[in-house]
Design a protein around this ligand. Sequence first.
Ligand SMILES: Cc1cc2nc3c(=O)[nH]c(=O)nc-3n(C[C@H](O)[C@H](O)[C@H](O)COP(=O)(O)O)c2cc1C
Length: 199
Amino acid sequence: MNTPVKTLVFAGSTRAQSLNRRLAAVVADMAQADAASVSRLELADFDLPLYNADLQARGTPHDVIRLKEIFHAHAAWLICAPEYNGSYPALLKNTIDWVSSPIAGDPLWSSAEKAFAGKVVGLFSASPGALGGLRGLSHLAPLLLNLQCWITPRQFSLARADLAFDAAGTLALAADRAGAHAVVQQTLWAARILAPAAI
Ligand SMILES: Cc1cc2nc3c(=O)[nH]c(=O)nc-3n(C[C@H](O)[C@H](O)[C@H](O)COP(=O)(O)O)c2cc1C
């Protein structure tokens, strides 16, 4: 039996009725069913100011350290990102900027890439629009590649996401379930090969 892959699932939205948080819940259930060890992360639980190097020079916020530790502790990440103006939202950029900001002189966190390098990341998006937010993922992927993440070739964008979930919160269409599941499976498969030390 394979060791469960430590998998972090989060959405780039803190909205109560967020479609991407709903998709993250579905994706987390799929990963769990595929025997991953799943942690759900809610960015609303972290108090991150807008990144400013002067602010950081006065001390990295405690919640940034918490996020660095959580990101670092998982071999696979499944991210559900909204699309804002054809890109990914400022919430995700700000989170990634803080988590990648090196802490000078810190024995654990002096490297920008430490929490990111070697992680295997599956990308998802959900939008009420016809493209499901896929343009945002085309911006998010190079950012994560730059931080030395592996990005799975498969991605899933949920179009008309406001109509896609049933009352129980699952994806109503088999094609949507299959599309999301394919990314989950590929991410877990790749994490076993590319990130074994973090499993
Ligand atoms: C500032 C802003 C820009 C947006 N731009 C896009 C866009 O470019 N493409 C798109 O499909 N939806 C766009 N939307 C709509 C979002 O996809 C929609 O609000 C979605 O529900 C946000 O994700 P969430 O439900 O997870 O919070 C935009 C929404 C906002 C507030």
